[in-house]
Design a protein around this ligand. Sequence first.
Ligand code: ZN
Length: 392
Amino acid sequence: MPNNKTWFLTHAHLWTPKGMRKNVSIQISGKQFGKLTTSSKKGLDVSSHYVLPGLIDLHVNGTAACDLSKDPKESLQRFSKQMALRGVTTYLPTLISTPLKKLIPELERLNQSWDANSLGATPLGLHLEGPFIATERKGAHSTHAIASLSEANLKKVLNAAGKRIKMMTLAPEKDPKGTGVRFLKKQGILPAMGHSNATYKQASRAVDLGYRYATHIFNAMAPWHHRQPGLAGAAMLNNQVYCEAIPDGNHLNFSILDMLYKIKEKDKLILASDEWIGFNKNINKDWKLHSGAIRTVKKGDLVGSGTSLLKGIQKWAKRSKRDWTALIPLVTINPSQYLGLSNKIGTIECGKQADFVVVTKDLDVRMTVVRGEVVYIHPQFRHKLTDQTNTR
Ligand SMILES: [Zn+2]
């Protein structure tokens, strides 16, 4: 059904890159934002709430209810709904290292059942985290799943996935001549450095070859040492590289996040959740959720996060006594620029895609809208919906 309706949010506290604007009327025309005015029109009154651009999560995993290896179509739909609940409007469902024998048919199935217009956040494409990673920095990935980074293996993966892969995290030292990275870039896939044992020199060379992203900086890479700066040092120092950080308080000490915020270019810092959506300890019996992180039961190794992006932002802002509004670009504008989509998503401006989220001052999600359609509304907010808004 074409979505051609025009409706308004009124009395909004609107987040913009230049600061908060109060008492704004936001027009939504079909799939796009219309005019932003201060005049009060009839519409959905969101006074005492904040309106933010929809969040973009470049690194988020599915488990249990959203296991993409099983019934991929339904799983992707559930995944997208779960993301909408978290205020995320665009995301890259992420697959960790899987043996190629298993990964190839999984990707084929996913490719065939992909539906980017699901009733929730938009899955832009897959983020493959592995299997072309370094055994020494595999973290919780299985050693048996790791594959050699050759053009032949890359071709197998890409052929199976069709055009579904958007981003790939790999260990650049496994591809010293850059054959793999050149191939990926030609296919429009964004190469990221991660689960890597690269030295500073190797990582700097990788940047020259075209890598522009460091996945969960400081995690699954050589520790940052004052005489061996490694991948973390190269990523922080090179102003072309985006540094992805996970703000759950487990992957990084909050003081390290503060340090990163201080020294990294503000437009090159991205927060990702690395959350395991749908984690269920009764199904994932080898893992446990502890203090906002997912860890292995046996050794307590960090597997990923149990904290959403907004909750992570709230935690970090509170710990650093920083206004959370300062951190919003790290989950909106910056990832949109990395994806090359800043003309379409990442800010609320006339003519851009109407992706936004309405939150309380404590960053609890009240409503999520994707391409002009309400995809999540909190029960306490439902009464506010008038017939001017369109749900489905
Ligand atoms: Zn990882």
